[in-house]
Ligand binder design. Structure first.
Ligand code: ADE
Length: 394
């Protein structure tokens, strides 16, 4: 993670987060460990808790505690009660900066600890789902401190959501099931940046890709990208693998299960486990069995069998290792620089959801290119002058 490494070196010298208490609720992976070490190099006092019960790499959590003395609250496979107890423990730190992936720390602070809101300088949010939740909180007039929407930085979602989710989701499906993707009908529900990446990589593996999308512009984009586009129930009759990436509930639900082929594989790559309506599947199910780790076979009353991956939680982190370091480098560079920005500017930052400052975004792209040894041209003076003019036509 060369960009993050450069930030860490500067943080070590400049200590921009000196003495600041932080509660970070992130997937506990090796990439996150690098981010936490960067924040600590900057002088922050960090508590880390999991942002999903199935994504924690226990060996990483243990190494953070043992080698770096980090306060970590995360166990792979933790139940709901433990998950929220762990978030509570991180919030007990009385954070001045929060760092979320899905807005759970912020949700606990606003819902259960309103007396702590005034202690918080600001927060950062990693993912689309979290940004949507925080915008809803802002729209209700209840947001208690400023937020930097890291997800919306170009150097985050163009790369992490598209190439990271694209690769790691296919990786999760393959590691979980060992199916040959070539020749299968892969149904991608949702054609945002994550869905685009998943569809692109499924196609690359030789799948026939079907896209389901409610937004007409995105649906049209999927058509022009060469995919079949149709309603969910139509796709359900044809699909072999279903991958939800909508950020919304019930992307795979109800009637879709009624018409699915026997042997269909269903999984989710969205942040929360609400995209697949497990209740609807359970209602058709006579019995279940563990076909492979995190592959639950559902035997339906009519004799069909449907396989649910990773309990409907995000398959790329539960059944694989999430996005590779090369892409998390940019996402977490944004996180580190957004935390520094909050530390420096909290006295004047308005209480709203802010974009990552464009100069931070541009600097990360520049550093990433440099780390790959790739040089690009600069505009000439004549080109700059032309772009600033209006009087030169045909
Ligand atoms: N989100 C997606 N992939 C991730 C990873 N490898 N580490 C932390 N958060 C992630």
């Amino acid at each position: 993670m060369p960009v993050l490494a450069q930030i860490r070196e500067r943080f070590e010298r400049e200590k921009p987060l000196e003495g600041i208490r932080m509660a970070c609720c992130l997937h506990v992976t090796t990439e996150t460990a690098n981010l936490v070490r960067t924040l600590m190099a900057g002088g922050a006092d960090v508590a880390l808790c999991a942002s999903n019960p199935l994504s924690t790499q226990d060996e990483t959590a243990a190494a953070l505690v043992d080698r770096y003395g980090v306060e970590v609250y995360a166990i792979n496979g933790e139940d709901n009660e433990t998950y929220y107890r762990h978030i509570g423990a991180a919030v007990d730190k009385h954070p001045q900066i929060t760092m979320d992936d899905g807005a759970d720390v912020i949700s606990v602070l606003h819902g259960e600890r309103p007396e702590q809101l005034s202690e918080v300088y600001g927060g950062t949010e990693e993912t689309t789902t979290g940004v949507i939740r925080l915008q809803a909180l802002e729209a209700e007039g209840r947001l208690g401190f400023p937020i930097i929407a890291v997800n919306d930085a170009d150097t985050k979602h163009f790369f992490d959501n598209r190439y990271g989710t694209g690769q790691s989701t296919l990786d999760g499906v393959i590691r979980a099931t060992n199916v040959l993707i070539a020749g299968l009908r892969v149904v991608v529900i949702g054609y945002g940046w994550c869905g685009k990446g998943i569809a692109m990589r499924a196609k690359g593996h030789g799948a026939h890709v079907i896209v389901c999308e409610v937004n007409p512009l995105r649906a049209l984009e999927a058509v022009m990208d060469g995919f079949d586009v149709m309603p969910g129930v139509e796709a359900a009759k044809q699909g072999d693998v279903f991958i939800a990436a909508t950020g919304n509930r019930d992307a795979v639900a109800g009637e879709m299960f009624d018409v699915m082929k026997s042997g269909a594989i269903v999984c989710n790559s969205g942040h929360f486990d609400i995209e697949i309506n497990k209740g609807d599947l359970d209602a058709l199910t006579e019995s279940t069995y563990e076909a492979r780790p995190l592959v639950e076979g559902h035997r339906l009353a009519d004799g069909r069998e449907i396989f649910l991956l990773a309990e409907g939680r995000l398959v790329n982190l539960a059944s694989a290792e999430g996005h590779p370091a090369a892409v998390m480098d940019m996402s977490f560079a944004n996180q580190a620089l957004a935390a520094e920005y909050v530390a420096k500017n909290h006295e004047t930052l308005e209480t709203k959801v802010h974009a990552v400052p464009p100069e931070i975004d541009a600097e990360i792209a520049r550093l990433k290119l440099a780390s790959k040894g790739i040089r690009i041209d600069d505009l000439t003076d004549a080109q700059l002058k032309y772009l600033a003019s209006w009087d030169q036509g045909t």
